[in-house]
Ligand binder design. Structure first.
Ligand code: ADP
Ligand code: MG
Length: 357
């Protein structure tokens, strides 16, 4: 079923000098959670504000909700709920009144119905005990729950969340993102969740749209975004610790195709060579740290361990090879220690191959 459609959205500021959104296309079905991910300034907020009606797109057919063109419809008539990074609450009103505020204004919703909706939302958000409190008596996390409650009670066609967890500390952010996903699952409403945090995006998105300079680079499932990035930007923006990059040239030695870098010179299986030939003679091989295997011998190249960092169930091993730093992620505690010489093997099937730009 249809939800929100962003259609060739263009939005410029300063008489066209700043192009915040450059032909943005997005489709969010009812019941789907789309994450809009990208670095600061890439156009995430502008996209969301255009959907909400707080900015006017350059083109007249940019915003559709449930099949209706909403591009020129006033914000209050769109039935969308917007949650910001930090929420302005009314200091002299209780939590209950802060949540119900938007509904109190709507004459067609009666008092009993308002109370029912607030109580339902409060239960979902674990705010039942706090309904009589005032904003100054709440923590930052509780304040964001109130903001979500305010959105939920209006029963919107879609939720638009602009970095709603950015002001919270790390542990609370992790807890609340799970709660937001559970609430979205229960309400089955379309949700667009903006973040610059790739881990947040991977964990909660049904789909992720990665943006850069006003352009959507890739819209896909978290799995595809992680394992099949379409370009170097997406490959490097997603994943932590970051991906390893090797500058390579592709050369035919008469019998086989070889991939040559300052670190290694390896014969390529035919299947991979066939895929690479159309790309370019110069390629960047990207390999996530978990797909670099460490051993004592028989690898594709060698390096020296500079540092190991325990990351709980896994260990990050930093290796120096030919003056470059390479990252390997191994399960459990590390078998190698600082100063050890190690051999490294590339899992070529798991690697990405990008052209230089
Ligand atoms: P993000 O939310 O991804 O950080 P924004 O959508 O806020 O990015 O901004 C995208 C670009 O548009 C930036 O270059 C920003 O400076 C510019 N921009 C946003 N709003 C305005 C405005 N009102 N006037 C001029 N430039 C703006
Ligand atoms: Mg923003």
């Amino acid at each position: 079923s249809i939800g929100v459609r962003v259609h060739h959205l263009r939005k410029t500021f300063r008489r066209g000098e700043v192009q915040a959104c450059d032909d943005v296309n997005l489709d969010i079905a009812q019941g789907e959670l789309l994450v809009l991910l990208g670095p600061s300034g890439c156009g995430k907020t502008t996209t969301l504000r255009c959907i909400a009606g707080l900015e006017l797109p350059d083109n007249d057919d940019a915003i559709w909700v449930n099949g209706k063109n909403m591009t020129r419809v006033a914000p209050k008539d769109r039935n969308l709920a917007f949650v910001f990074q930090e929420t302005a609450m009314f200091p002299h009103l209780t939590v209950r009144r802060n949540i119900s505020f938007g509904l109190d204004m709507r004459r067609k919703v009666n008092k009993a119905e308002i109370n029912r909706r607030v109580d339902d939302a409060a239960q979902m958000l674990k705010l039942q005990q706090l309904l009589d409190r005032y904003p100054r008596e709440l923590s930052g996390g509780q304040g964001q729950r109130v903001a979500l409650g305010r959105a939920i009670v209006t029963e919107p066609d879609a939720f638009l969340l602009d970095e709603p967890l950015a002001a919270l500390d790390a542990a609370l952010r992790v807890e609340m993102r799970t709660e937001i996903k559970l609430i979205q699952r229960r309400l089955k409403t379309a949700m667009i969740f903006v973040t610059h945090d790739q881990e947040e995006a991977l964990t909660i998105g049904d789909k992720i749209a990665v943006m850069k300079d006003g352009v959507v680079q890739q819209e896909d499932t978290p799995h595809q975004i992680y394992h099949r990035p379409v370009n170097l930007f997406v490959g490097t923006f997603i994943g932590s610790p970051p991906i390893n990059q090797f500058q390579c040239s592709l050369q035919d030695d008469g019998t086989t195709w070889r991939l040559i870098s300052r670190h290694f010179n390896i014969a390529l299986p035919d299947s991979i060579a066939q895929r690479l030939k159309p790309i370019s003679a110069l390629v960047i091989l990207g390999l996530r740290p978990e797909f670099l295997r460490l051993g004592d011998s028989q690898g594709d190249f060698t390096g020296v361990v500079k540092l190991t960092e325990l990351l709980g169930s896994r260990t990050l091993v930093l290796i120096e090879s030919e003056g470059e730093e390479i990252r390997a992620l191994v399960q459990g505690a590390s078998q190698v220690k600082e100063g050890d010489q190690v051999s490294l093997s590339l899992d070529l099937d798991k690697a990405f191959y990008f052209d230089e730009n």
